[in-house]
Design a protein around this ligand. Structure first.
Ligand SMILES: Cc1ncc(COP(=O)(O)O)c(C=O)c1O
Length: 454
């Protein structure tokens, strides 16, 4: 571990940050009004700031850390790879770790998925899937099938195509003219998949000949506020896609790699998608790497004689970066060695018990959970519950600020408090995380209750 930074250095970093860095998803004027928390190092479940204070990484560094930080096996794998090559292109060349990782991913993924296209972010993994879906339809002569059906509240990333199939008043207001048209269908209600499936089927019929694919976050819509779909919904969507001969794209960027208690969420409903998007946890949360998996049938549609112009002309400089692939292979080994999927299910039950005192709290209108993805919805007394990100809703922010004082870093989605710890989090740290959230929400309830009664 390095020793804490001196005050002068900290102030210099803060000042340079304020002068030069534009942070993602951050209202920057307000950001500059406070001293930034500088994370300088990390260890296991903890992030460590420049003064040496430790915080539990309660949202796993934006939903991606799997085994904790500075894990020896992954560190060693990256160092070993550094002794070979840090980066070489996948355009016209190959390298061993990308090949080995592709084979491992195909082994783990639903059976029909047999080809891997690498990129470097969840958003790019979805962009690739969209181009594969439309290209596949095009090469089969179905040239009008260039539209997607997506679910209201969906989030698939921030590149333009990913935005187009995402749904957010707040995020997209200024960019409406940039995005392409997408057909949105309502998300299912909590306990009944049937009405939403009926609407989807009607849309598939109405838009026959126009739809290339349905795109879905399987089981849980993350950025919408951890909206958990009812049992049978994903299966129903997959069946409708087959029936109406459109492709199914599952975006497992957030749910993949054990987050929901199985390696991939779609396994829980025995769904075999045509395309699957992976990111975030693929490297154990170490490096930017993403992958789009597809069936041999889709890949074959892009093959032919050169004059047929079927090639997928798409790629990114760091596609299949060797350091990232080495981290991913080491991460997959750790899943097996540590029996991590069983552990996720055990810890999911623990955290549910530890959070149960919240059910009595006035401001808590819902607790949603799938594996180690938890969303606690807060509603001010006297107001209607509503999900979806809205920056003007500040209760989630207030709870997260209170948690920081208790040694826990979490980040809300509007009024939804999100818990998404590293999957390998130690029980005592998970307990500290749950306790900090319960206490912070209790304090908020007491404060709001007082205000309400005045
Ligand atoms: C379901 C889903 N898809 C795609 C993305 C985008 O991933 P990235 O931020 O790596 O581009 C996210 C990010 O939260 C996500 O939750």
């Amino acid at each position: 571990m390095v020793s804490p930074m001196d005050t002068q250095k900290r102030e210099q970093i803060a000042q340079l940050d304020h002068a030069h860095v534009w942070h993602p998803f951050t209202p920057m004027r307000q950001w500059r009004e406070v001293t930034p928390l500088i994370i300088e190092q990390a260890e296991g479940d903890h992030l460590i700031d420049a003064e040496g204070n430790r915080y539990i990484d309660g949202v796993s560094s934006l939903w991606c850390n799997v085994h904790g930080h500075r894990v020896k096996e992954i560190d060693d794998a990256v160092r070993d790879q550094l002794d070979k090559v840090a980066h070489t292109t996948m355009l016209g060349l190959t390298h061993p770790v990308a090949v080995e990782l592709a084979a491992r991913l195909c082994e783990l993924a639903p059976r029909e998925l047999n080809k891997v296209f690498y990129s470097d972010a969840g958003a790019t993994a979805t962009e690739v899937a969209f181009k594969m879906a439309v290209g596949y339809q095009h090469h089969r002569g179905r040239t009008t099938r260039d539209t997607f059906i997506a679910i209201e509240g969906a989030y698939h990333g921030d590149t333009t195509g990913a935005m187009s199939v995402g749904y957010s008043e707040t995020f997209h207001r200024a960019f409406e003219s940039m995005v392409f048209h997408t057909e949105f269908v309502p998300a299912p209600s909590r306990d009944d998949a049937a009405p939403a499936l009926a609407t989807l089927e009607q849309r598939l019929v109405d838009q026959r000949d126009r739809v290339a694919a349905v795109v879905i976050e399987p089981l849980v819509q993350g950025a919408a506020g951890l909206v958990v779909h009812p049992d049978g919904y994903l299966r129903g969507v997959a069946d409708l896609c087959r029936k109406h001969d459109v492709l199914l794209i599952v975006d497992e960027v957030a749910t993949g790699f054990g987050r929901t208690g199985t390696m991939f969420a779609c396994e829980q409903e025995n769904v075999e998608p045509d395309l699957m998007c992976l990111g975030k946890g693929i490297t154990g949360g170490y490096m930017p790497l993403a992958a789009t998996l597809c069936t041999d049938e889709i890949a074959a549609a892009f093959e032919g004689e050169l004059h047929e112009h079927r090639t997928l002309y798409h790629g990114h400089t760091y596609t299949g970066n060797p350091l990232a692939c080495a981290a991913a292979l080491a991460s997959l080994d750790l899943f097996e060695q540590n029996n991590l999927l069983d552990e996720v299910n055990r810890k999911a039950a623990l955290v549910a018990t530890w959070l149960s005192p919240l059910e009595k709290q006035l401001v808590v209108t819902d607790i949603r959970q799938k594996g180690l993805m938890v969303g606690i919805e807060l509603t001010p007394p006297g107001e209607q519950a509503s999900v979806g990100f809205d920056p003007s809703r500040r209760l989630g922010y207030e709870v997260c600020a209170a948690c920081r004082g208790k040694g826990v870093i979490i980040r809300p989605l509007g009024n939804v408090v999100v818990l998404m710890p590293p999957l390998a989090i130690r029980d005592e740290n998970l307990k500290q995380l749950a306790d900090a959230v319960v206490e912070s929400i209790s304090e908020l309830t007491a404060r709001l209750g007082d205000v309400h009664e005045q």
